[in-house]
Design a protein around this ligand. Structure first.
Ligand code: ADP
Ligand code: GLC
Length: 478
């Protein structure tokens, strides 16, 4: 089974969120099960040194306004195809945003370029490697099946994976020609979304199968509340839609061997965790105490329900707990958390920024991780939390609902709890969940048993990689 992945991010090379973690991990798990996977991503400036070590495998004289080429390189266990197109991707700073913190005005062209290049690889192959299936990830790869269809040539089957339906890649209808799109596709069952072009809708409408990143989110997507205007189309395609849970890369996320920790530890010997906690307290200016140390590692956006966390800060302090916050995003939320660490000095500490190493240390040193998302397609930080014995306290939505077993009375008796869930998703219920977590923490034996259980809970990619392969096989035989 030859599979071409097309995406805008891939860890550890370029990352703004969980998409990168997934793209950096699944191909290795698929390869372990016999598939040959190549990953096409843009050659942003951060990848320049990798490009220099690679080999040119395809050229474009004019890819939406300039020359481009594809460079193949093997790195960190992945077969990467880097799309070098200076006019589209050679820009400083965030990969999606310009210096004014707004989307680059030509993001449509940039990711149409990625999709078009992917379509050419799908149609022509590279040497004797030809994909049986193309797996497009999120809106940035959404136009790929459109370009395949417009070519009129025999093409591989396409799977569209939705990591987050909130990002749809919308642009003005006047861009149809510039993007090389046939006007007859611009209909409500094609690529039109309320008068605009939607890259994600195009991907959903024209692909052979659709996956998303958890079973609960797959069900939620069919509702107006979560489907964000695409629920009707998804209901029409329900028989082609499935939810496959994300896993984590255990080579990168394991407390037994994590170099970002000041002390490693394992389910057998939890001792090292205390040293990591002391380090987190020092780095975030927190006063050591008897209560649990909570952490938050997140994009600071409305999706993540952080207004509820701000409402719960007095309760956290009252309970004798502390909180370390690492995040970047919406300026209002950044300001609110910075202010909180002044108002609750010693109890709340905030670092605004994106810091991969710090995120590992926090998973290693915290007792529990807070994830009050209003919606969460899968979420990875709760999976890292499980692996590090940092018990997840989560909203019961999307993948959070599917991965954490709530410590209710029945689960405690059956000895299967791995964290705390709350629903309905509001500040009052989140407050109850925080209080419940603090009460569990005051019972050291119960808490340690939950930690060990969480750390042993299977969170690797094996099962889900098999599920992806099953989807690929179901269409590639056609
Ligand atoms: P999303 O993709 O919606 O942001 P996920 O939970 O799937 O949510 O993935 C988020 C990823 O980004 C995780 O790997 C998390 O550790 C990482 N992350 C988020 N914010 C930061 C930050 N400020 N610094 C370092 N890592 C972060
Ligand atoms: C998106 C979602 C997140 C998911 C990640 C990887 O960014 O917001 O829930 O874990 O994609 O699939």
């Amino acid at each position: 089974m030859n599979v071409l992945f097309v995406a805008s991010e891939c860890a550890p090379f370029i990352k703004t969120g969980g998409l990168a973690d997934v793209i950096g991990a699944v191909p290795k798990a698929l390869a372990a099960q016999g598939a040959s996977v190549k990953v096409l991503i843009p050659a942003y400036p951060a990848l320049a040194s990798l490009v220099a070590t690679g080999q040119s495998v395809m050229d474009f004289d004019d890819l939406f306004g300039g020359p481009a080429r594809i460079v193949a390189v093997r790195a960190k266990g992945l077969d990467l195809l880097l799309l070098e197109a200076a006019h589209l991707f050679d820009r400083p700073g965030n990969i999606y945003l310009g210096p004014n913190a707004l989307d680059w005005p030509d993001n449509d062209m940039r990711f149409a370029g990625l999709s078009f290049a992917g379509a050419q690889i799908a149609l022509k192959g590279l040497g004797d490697w030809r994909p049986d299936v193309v797996n497009c990830h999120d809106w940035q790869a959404g136009l790929l099946p459109v370009y395949l269809r417009q070519s009129g040539e025999p093409a591989p089957q396409v799977v569209m994976t939705i990591h987050n339906i909130a990002f749809q890649g919308l642009c003005d209808a006047t861009r149809l020609t510039a993007l090389g799109l046939d006007t007859d596709l611009f209909t409500p069952d094609g690529i039109e979304y309320f008068g605009k072009i939607s890259f994600l809708k195009a991907g959903i409408a024209l692909s052979d199968k659709i996956t998303t990143v958890s079973p609960t989110y797959a069900a939620e997507l069919l509702t107006p509340e979560f489907g964000m205007g695409l629920d009707g189309l998804l209901r029409a395609r329900q028989s082609d839609l499935s939810g496959i849970l994300n896993g984590i890369d255990l080579d990168v996320w394991s407390p037994e061997a994590d170099e970002a920790l000041v002390a490693t530890y394992s389910a057998r010997s939890l001792k090292g965790k205390a040293r990591n906690r002391a380090e987190v307290e020092a780095r975030f200016g927190l006063t050591p105490g008897d209560g649990p140390l909570f952490c938050l590692i997140s994009r600071l956006t409305a999706q993540k329900g952080l207004d509820m966390l701000l409402d719960c800060l007095p309760l956290i302090v009252e309970q004798g707990a502390t909180l370390a916050v690492l995040g970047t995003g919406e300026p209002d939320l950044e300001r609110a958390f910075v202010a909180a660490s002044r108002d609750y000095a010693g109890s709340v500490g905030t670092i605004i920024g994106y810091d991969e190493e710090m995120s590992h240390l926090m998973q290693g040193g915290s007792d529990a991780i807070l994830i009050p998302s209003r919606f969460e397609p899968c979420g990875l930080t709760q999976l890292y939390g499980l692996r590090y014995g940092t018990l997840p306290v989560v909203a019961r939505t999307g993948g959070l609902a599917d991965t954490v077993i709530d410590a209710n009375e029945a689960a405690l008796l059956a000895e299967c709890a791995t964290g705390v869930q709350f629903a309905p998703v509001n500040a009052t219920m989140f407050g109850h969940a925080i209080a419940r977590t603090c009460a569990l923490y005051r019972q050291p034996k119960v808490w340690a048993a939950m930690m060990r259980r969480a750390m042993r809970h299977p969170v690797g990619w094996d099962l889900s990689a098999t599920a992806y392969l099953n989807v690929y096989q179901s269409i590639s035989e056609h």
